[in-house]
Design a protein around this ligand. Structure first.
Ligand code: B12
Ligand code: SF4
Length: 484
């Protein structure tokens, strides 16, 4: 038999003002890698965010990476010049992940691959893929580069122009990549008999890592809703559910194989149709008596958390629970498909507390910075959540091409129609591209942090009315600071 075709998969660095390993793994790339491996290709992985890289640890003089909570933790960071278009943001810009020389050495040590697969994350992270493509062109001239992932799917024209890959894949990549490689590598068997059921694809290829500190799982792909700021349906238009038994089998076998206890769900709609999906999954996990810990860094649909589900979550050791509240304003809720009413949110928190959680163990996402969203709306939502005794996570709006809110931002003149994705970074809050607005948002975030500190310690720093007054006072003080 001839030599097996070699595929090099790469997860690029993150270039951003801030980044953190919040159970972050290039899950899509690992799915594609697993499928190609299953079809007989030799696959290797270079993850520029690999915290366990021995050379990185040696330089950090550590035996294992710094981990703050349940396998998550900070990423290595090197400050780099801020791109001109976002220089007005008074923060350091950095490259997160392995130092560049380690990556270059890793690439040079690789045997020349037959094809290179590069994944892409947030649209405003395109500088990472751009740099990796440059290096691959230099080190492996003539090797075809395939690009896929979130940025490639959401901004294909931009990605084609900036990265100039030989091939760009939009949307789910397993079958498309196998078909493309069948042609590129003249391996017709790669396009034969693709599975039609989501559970017939192999588990993501975590074995390509030397070590991992947590597992990432998806019990479904996509989301049937269409919230105004969200691009999920543009990446994968179908909502595909997996069988509960298959999800449980994956969790139990993969955590055993990789010796990890922490599992993060990446689902967009994990709790949807709870009776036929999450509840059977958790009942089986509970029966297995395995000591795992679960995390839901992506917001959950809290309306589905009834007493039984809350109990199952508690018994199965859900440690990081983030509920999507977004906004208490009625008009806003229409825009975000009535994901949750304040009453439903209250009930979900009550059920979780009844099941055994402290309210401070629960966090909620609140959106800030939507086009035409008054700051008062954000403040009232923060106060509502604080009143429930839960922690607030402010999620800054990041305008994503193709979504309703992106269009609104353009129509309202907040964003030029063909703006550089860098200015859609969640830290930039581009709709308010003035220093003053930036400072006002910072004040709101600081007050939210203060409330969270109170929640964590079980003390009340402010009565709601006092909080409002103190916050508006602080906001007033920012007015006029930066007039030029
Ligand atoms: C899980 C998730 C997270 C996780 C971690 C993600 C990570 N890896 O680091 C957490 C919760 C931390 C997170 C955070 C945020 N996220 Co998020 N997240 C997601 C989510 C739900 C799933 C991504 C995923 O892994 N999907 C699973 C895999 C299987 O799918 P996939 O990646 O698309 O891969 C397939 C194809 O793309 C393709 N493919 C992938 N790679 C490759 C490579 C090649 C070569 C090929 C050929 C094909 C290919 O094949 C794969 C398999 O079919 C997406 C929504 C979505 N459904 O995509 C949002 C999403 C990516 N997030 C988004 C946002 C806005 C955020 C936040 C900014 C929210 C906020 N305001 O704080 C933060 C920012 C984080 C940061 N550090 O800056 C936006 C994207 C915004 C943008 N401008 O690009 C999305 C699209 C959701 C949305 N609102 O529309 N997120
Ligand atoms: S429910 Fe969540 S994933 Fe679904 S469209 Fe709305 S924001 Fe996106």
């Amino acid at each position: 038999m001839g030599k097996r075709a070699k595929i090099l998969c790469i997860n690029p660095w993150i270039y951003d003002f801030t980044a953190y390993d919040l159970w972050s793994k290039p899950l899509g790339l690992l799915y594609v890698a697993a499928y190609l491996k299953q079809r007989g290709l030799e696959v290797t992985l270079l993850d520029c965010l690999d915290k366990f890289h021995p050379e990185l640890l040696k330089r950090q003089k550590r035996e294992k990476p710094r981990m703050t909570r349940y396998g998550s933790g900070p990423l290595h960071r090197e400050v780099i010049p801020t791109p001109e278009v976002i220089q007005f943001i008074p923060r350091h810009f950095a490259r997160y992940g392995l130092p560049e020389d380690i990556v270059i050495r890793e690439l040079r040590q690789q045997e020349r691959p037959d094809a290179i697969l590069i994944t892409t994350g947030m649209t405003y992270w395109y500088l990472g893929p751009q740099r990796i493509v440059e290096l691959c062109r230099d080190i492996f001239p003539g090797v075809p580069i395939l690009v896929g992932g979130i940025y490639a799917s959401l901004m294909p024209d931009h990605a084609r122009e900036v990265l100039q890959p030989e091939f760009l894949v939009i949307g789910p990549g397993e079958i498309q990549t196998a078909d493309l490689l069948a042609d590129i590598l003249h391996l017709p068997h790669l396009r034969e008999e693709h599975p039609t059921e989501i559970d017939d694809f192999p588990y993501p290829a975590f074995e390509l890592y030397r070590k991992i500190s947590y597992l990432v799982v998806m019990a479904s792909r996509g989301c049937p809703f269409r919230c105004s700021f969200c691009a999920t349906y543009l990446i994968d238009s179908a909502f595909s559910e997996r069988k509960p038994e298959a999800v449980v089998e994956e969790i139990l076998s993969q955590t055993r194989q990789f010796r990890v206890r922490d599992v993060a769900f990446y689902d967009d709609a994990l709790l949807l149709q709870p009776e036929k999906r999450i509840k059977p999954i958790l009942r089986q996990i509970k029966e297995s008596k395995r000591e795992l810990r679960f995390h839901t860094p992506n917001g959950l649909h809290a309306r589905f958390i009834d007493e039984e589900l809350a109990r199952l979550m508690y018994e199965c050791n859900f440690k990081t629970i983030r509920l999507s509240l977004e906004s208490v304003a009625k008009e806003r809720r229409r825009d975000i498909h009535n994901k949750i009413t304040p009453g439903e949110m209250t009930r979900a928190v009550q059920n979780l507390v009844k099941a055994g959680y402290q309210s401070r163990d629960i966090e909620t996402y609140i959106i800030m910075g939507l086009p035409n969203q008054p700051l008062e709306e954000v403040i009232e939502t923060i106060l509502y959540a604080n009143n429930l005794g839960i922690q607030v996570r402010l999620a800054s709006f990041s305008p994503i091409p193709g979504t309703k809110d992106y269009q609104r931002a353009i129509e309202n003149g907040y964003l030029p129609p063909d703006s550089d994705p860098l200015i859609t970074n969640k830290t930039v809050i581009p709709l308010f591209r003035t220093r003053e607005a930036y400072e006002r948002f910072k004040v709101v975030s600081q007050f939210a942090n203060l409330l969270n500190e109170g929640v964590k310690r079980g003390v009340t720093f402010f009565k709601p009315a006092e909080f409002r007054n103190a916050l508006y006072d602080a906001l007033d003080k920012t007015r006029g600071w930066f007039e030029e």
